[in-house]
Ligand binder design. Structure first.
Ligand SMILES: [Zn+2]
Length: 201
C-alpha cells in the first residue's frame, strides 16, 4: 500500500494550502494589493495563477517563509490561521460526506473523534505533504501529532508557530464534534520538539 501512496517520493500537497493562503491575504488587502505583495515577496507566479492540482510541498513552504520574511512570524501567523480556517471550510463543504455531518456530532464524543481522526489520518498527506500525522483519543479529547510539519520545517522559535494546522484542525473538528472544542499547539518542532503536538479539548 505504502509503495503506491501518492505522497511518497513526490512530496505532494493539496493546492488548498496555497489557494487558501492567498485567499486569506486577499481578505486583508484586496486582490490588487495582494498581487503586488506576492510579486514583491518573490511569489509572483501565484499572482498570475493559483494551482488547481497537487503541488510540490516546497511551494507551500516557500510561500510561508516569504510571507514571514516580509511581515514577520506573528502577522504571518494570523494569515496562516485564517488560511487553515478557509481550508477546513473547503474540506467541510467538499470532502466530508453529508452523512458524516449528520452523524458525527450526535455520537459520543470519544467515538466521534476516533472515527473522524481516523478518516483525517487516511488523507493526511493531502494537507501535510511529507508531514506524518498521528493521533490519540483520550477521556479529555485528543492529542494530534504532526512530525516534519511543512509549517515549522527549518524554523526556530520560542513558541509554537503552526497556526495553519492548529486552526485547520480546530475549524474542521468543531462543526463535526463539538462547537466549543479548542485546538492548541502545545509544542512545536520550531522549539526543538520531535513533532508538533496539538491538544484537542
Ligand atoms: Zn509546529
Amino acid at each position: 500500500m505504502h509503495a503506491t501512496h501518492p505522497a511518497v517520493g513526490a512530496a505532494r500537497i493539496g493546492p488548498n494550502s496555497i489557494i487558501q493562503t492567498v485567499g486569506a491575504i486577499e481578505e486583508e488587502r484586496g486582490p490588487q494589493e495582494t498581487r503586488s505583495f506576492l510579486r514583491r515577496i518573490g511569489q509572483g507566479d501565484f499572482a498570475e495563477q493559483l494551482p488547481t492540482t497537487m503541488i510540490d510541498e516546497i511551494a507551500f513552504i516557500s510561500l510561508i517563509s516569504a510571507i514571514r520574511a516580509d511581515i514577520g512570524v506573528e502577522a504571518a501567523g494570523r494569515i496562516l490561521a485564517r488560511s487553515g480556517e478557509r481550508t477546513a471550510d473547503y474540506l467541510l463543504a467538499n470532502r466530508i460526506p453529508a452523512p458524516a455531518h449528520a452523524i458525527l456530532p450526535r455520537l459520543p464524543r470519544r467515538l466521534g473523534l476516533s472515527l473522524l481522526l481516523k478518516a483525517i489520518s487516511g488523507h493526511a498527506w493531502t494537507f501535510a505533504g511529507t508531514g506524518r500525522f498521528s493521533y490519540k483519543v483520550d477521556a479529555k479529547g485528543a492529542t494530534l501529532s504532526l512530525a516534519n510539519s511543512p509549517e515549522s520545517r527549518g524554523m526556530t522559535a520560542d513558541k509554537p508557530i503552526c497556526r495553519y494546522y492548529e486552526s485547520c484542525f480546530q475549524s474542521l473538528l468543531r462543526p463535526l464534534i463539538d462547537r466549543r472544542l479548542v485546538v492548541r499547539e502545545l509544542r512545536c518542532a520550531a522549539q526543538g520538539a520531535e513533532a508538533c503536538v496539538f491538544e484537542v479539548r
